[in-house]
Design a protein around this ligand. Sequence first.
Ligand code: E4P
Length: 215
Amino acid sequence: MKFFLDTAIVDEIREVNEWGLLAGVTTNPSLVAKSGRVFEEVLKEILGIVDGPVSAEVISRDARGMIEEGERLAQLSENVTIKIPMTTEGLKAVHHFAKKGIKTNVTLIFSANQALMAARAGATFVSPFVGRLDDIGQDGLELIQDVAEIFGIHGIDTEIIAASIRHPMHVTQAALSGAHIATVPFKVIEQIVHHPLTDQGIEKFEADWKKATKA
Ligand code: E4P
């Protein structure tokens, strides 16, 4: 499973990019609003940092509007991935971009059927939202397992992005459930680097080293 960062905050992307494991970035309108930046400006900056797909979400509700927005965004870089909500209009737009070889990420996926339909329309990525399903008492990771199983049975090469990740166990479970990618908020990716025994171990090695090298 690969790691994407789920943020529009450039400093977070710069930091994680230096760790050497960042394979892409996902943004959404809420994350862009939180960054306090102008969408296309921040998108260009992100594209200059990350060597991988960067999802940029369209706002239009109709296919024609989605296509117009998406085509403009796609001109910025071949790494731009047009993020499109799972609707009938969205499927039309996905189909259009697939014919043109432009990458798409179908977002707000909450059922296996939605994921299958998005894949068949030509989506490069589908994004099942794990945390938002957990929030309403359903098992978000079970959805990842189902989608992975269906894609496996039918030889579908659309990649599954486990989205709406809220805590470290979501990351482990997404990997075990067959997600190709987890798009992880900065707070969670920082959490999963650490383990208390690693930190204690470093302290102990340092203390012992100081003792041993004392004259
Ligand atoms: C996915 O691409 C979305 O940006 C994101 O994961 C949504 O997460 P949330 O449910 O925490 O808003």
